[in-house]
Design a protein. Structure first.
Length: 133
């Protein structure tokens, strides 16, 4: 469970993602600095219970597909390396549903909703330090 600091909201989440990714180095010789590029695809799903134990408790169920690309540069010093790069991609919502857990809570006859087909672009900066062996 997670509690939001700005509200009395309890959130219970469970989900999972499965994906594949690849990375290619322009010069893969050991001990050589090089540019790299790659990409990945991931399918994920998550079920969330929000405002647990409240009269307005509600749940969501979502599945999504994420596609992203990655590019950067790797510096090497003996067996230590530093990656500096960027990730950019899009998350596509395959299915999203929400509903109140107590059907008596809503008065206007609408309990929940659905959505699908929305896309959310995103980007991240990558900084990674590691040891090769």
């Amino acid at each position: 469970a997670m509690t939001m600091e700005d509200a009395d909201t309890n959130i219970v989440e469970q989900g999972m993602g499965v994906g594949l990714g690849f990375t290619f180095f322009t010069d893969a010789s050991r001990g050589t600095d090089s540019f790299y590029y790659g990409g990945s695809i991931e399918y994920g799903w998550i079920d969330t219970l929000k405002d647990e134990d409240e009269a307005w408790e509600w749940r969501t169920s979502e599945s999504m597909l994420t596609i992203l690309g990655n590019a950067g540069y790797r510096w090497r010093w003996d067996s230590v390396y530093l990656n500096l790069g960027v990730f950019a991609g899009v998350a596509y919502t395959i299915d999203y549903k929400w509903e109140y857990t107590d059907p008596g809570y809503f008065e206007n006859g609408e309990n929940g909703g659905t959505d699908s087909g929305s896309m959310t672009p995103f980007g991240m900066i990558e900084v990674a330090v590691g040891i090769e062996f």
